[in-house]
Design a protein around this ligand. Structure first.
Ligand code: DX5
Ligand code: ZN
Length: 214
């Protein structure tokens, strides 16, 4: 059994206390820190950019998983690679997907392919073998605090089946609306990276929440 990774999303933290928030979830047992970069174009929200991610990196030794919800990942990738452990780019972005994934790997980082709720699982077929993480959005990207889309569960299961069928070892990340209940549903169908913003940062006891998610 692969270890289940819990990755708190700093989109839900108190930005005015970024350093303390990152340090606190690190002490609370998080495995990775998830950074949601939004450009106001690919999604209808602007979150933060590379200076903020770099600032976060100075308060933790944990791997940073950088989720680029931006139209042009090719153009901005190099700004994130130095501090990232993994970078997730969207299949729906205006990018040469194989080339961008290859650039991430060439930099010695894990390459993630992210897909929106309306993108069918079959669309990842051309890229099998080219990514280390498959990020399945379980809400429409853009905002934290939205309810989990239950109809994404068959897609997660299908991704897990695809992984077995092709003897691949990519991780399956779920992102959006993850709490203790939805995390269990996702784990049962094959997810092994759980991104959680609101549920971790709003929990009265963050360490207990992280443990319960896992
Ligand atoms: C949504 C982001 C998610 C989101 C998760 O666009 O990719 O990472 O912030 O936040 P919660 O856990 O609050 O749904
Ligand atoms: Zn995300």
């Amino acid at each position: 059994m692969v270890k289940v990774i819990v990755a708190p999303s700093i989109l839900a933290c108190d930005f005015a206390r970024l350093g303390e928030e990152v340090a606190e979830v690190t002490r609370a047992g998080a495995d990775w820190i998830h950074c949601d970069v939004m450009d106001g174009h690919f999604v209808d929200n602007i979150s933060f950019g590379s200076a903020f991610v770099e600032a976060a990196s100075r308060h933790t030794d944990l791997p940073l998983d950088v989720h680029l919800m931006i139209t042009n990942p090719d153009r901005y990738l190099d700004r994130y690679l130095p501090v990232a452990h993994s970078v997730d780019i969207h299949l729906e972005a205006e990018a040469d997907v194989p080339e961008t994934l290859a650039r991430i790997r060439t930099a010695g980082k894990k390459a993630g392919l992210a897909i929106n709720p309306h993108t069918p699982i079959g669309s990842i077929d051309p890229y099998l073998g080219q990514f280390d993480l498959l990020l399945i959005m379980t809400v429409e990207p853009g905002f934290g605090g939205q309810p989990f889309m239950e109809d994404m569960l068959p897609k997660i299961r299908a991704a897990d089946e695809l992984r077995r069928k092709h003897h691949l070892h990519f991780r399956i990340t779920v992102d959006g609306g993850i709490n203790v209940g939805t995390a269990r549903q996702c784990r049962e169908v094959g997810a092994d990276v759980l991104v959680a913003g609101t549920s971790v940062f709003r929990a009265p006891d963050r360490a207990a929440e992280i443990e319960a998610l896992r």
